[in-house]
Design a protein around this ligand. Structure first.
Ligand SMILES: [Zn+2]
Length: 136
């Protein structure tokens, strides 16, 4: 949530992600699409890269990735490639969420927990897009 709020403050779509390893946060990231002018700079992609840098290996089997909004298919695929241990997310993304578009893209054995702080996560998104509409 803190990372999502940072994204919000920088006029980025407010999505934040952290990666935990053995109860310790090893990577924190938020959406940087506007900042980096890179449509693939989603919070989860940044978090995976930071976590693998921290671990010093390309796989994250003992890690849990927490993200405020359901990952898109690209990020879910990245989690597959990184062999992520567990995925936890807040709000469902009813338009771009992987579970709707490509439910098989995440590794079938990856445990998924959803709906954690769902309301807080989705309210932040709604506030952001409302602000965007008002300022157009
Ligand atoms: Zn994504």
């Amino acid at each position: 949530m803190q990372e999502a709020q940072q994204a919000f403050a920088h006029d980025e779509v407010p999505i934040g992600a952290v990666v935990a390893h053995k109860g310790r946060i090893i990577a924190r990231a938020h959406n940087l699409v506007e900042t980096l002018c890179d449509a693939t700079a989603h919070a989860e992609m940044q978090a995976i890269t930071a976590a693998t840098n921290f671990i010093g290996g390309k796989y994250l089997p003992d890690c849990t990735l927490y993200v405020t909004v359901e990952p898109c298919p690209m990020c879910a695929a990245a989690m597959y490639w990184a062999q992520l241990g567990t995925l936890v997310y807040g709000a469902t993304d009813e338009k771009r969420g992987y579970s709707l578009i490509a439910p098989k893209v995440l590794h079938p054995k990856t445990p998924v927990l959803s709906g954690i702080l769902e309301n807080e996560c989705s309210v932040l998104m709604k506030q952001f897009f409302q602000k965007k509409r008002e300022h157009k």
